[in-house]
Design a protein around this ligand. Sequence first.
Ligand SMILES: *Cc1c(COP(=O)(O)O)cnc(C)c1O
Length: 305
Amino acid sequence: MPPAALPSPLTPLADPVVERAGLELRLKRDDLIHPTVPGNKWRKLTPNLRAAAEQGHTRLLTFGGAYSNHIRAVAAAGAARGMSTVGIIRGDELADAPRNWSLALAESYGMRLSFLDRSGYREMLRSLDDPGTLRELEARWGRCYVLPEGGSNALAAHGAAELVAEMPGLGARDFVCCAVGTGGTLAGIAAALPEGARAVGFAVLKGADGYLEGEVAALHRLGWGREFGDWRIEHGWHGGGYGRVPAELDAFAAGFEERHGVRVERRYVAKMLWGLYGLAEAGALPRGGRVTAVVTGPPDPAGAG
Ligand SMILES: *Cc1c(COP(=O)(O)O)cnc(C)c1O
């Protein structure tokens, strides 16, 4: 695996909306850290790859949807480390359909794909910690290191926590913002922040109010043996649900790209920035604050769709 370019750049951004709100904004460019295992996926996978190797595993198995960034990242990381990979994909209707670009890319790295109908998929994820489920998976695929959907386990959260160490000098006026899919990234950031600084996550899923908070708190208990009170999740910026990009959100992201020359991934990063600007315009962040927006991944490749 080519090494990651760390620390990722931390770049100030001059923007009238943010300045009118009395805020300072900077981007933490985690989208630039790795060509094939980018952003928070690199952060979250790295400690898991180490653990898998230490435990003598040669196969990674994980879960995701039809366009999962995590699925592609695991496929690429496994190929680079000489490990075989299995992707359990949500949606049995995809099995016989022509592969979309994302699944095709995962397969090009050698990942074997297996498709489950939605209820079977949900049931498998729900019972992932049962020994019976692991036995079932290993009966089919052989001994494997199992990563949950989105890759968010305690090790992953600790990997995400490391990005905070690349931002020295955080304090009481700081807000660190990220998109929230499964919550692993937010959990890591929140756990690592120094006293006074706060983390704000922006949910990309609809109707996940309460659920995602529970996931983050569970990762904190698992990974740190305690809970933290320095974070919250905004639920008003999912744009209609996972993978949905309404015209208004797309226009916002396009405007941001044009003003700042930074391309914006739409399913996560655009929603976080949209929410952040919405809060700033509404005066919901205290004047004098410094906001660091974590760019958790790059846009889809050109021509994807
Ligand atoms: C996977 C992903 C996320 C979500 O991260 P979680 O740790 O699952 O909350 C955010 N941004 C991008 C670009 C991603 O690929």
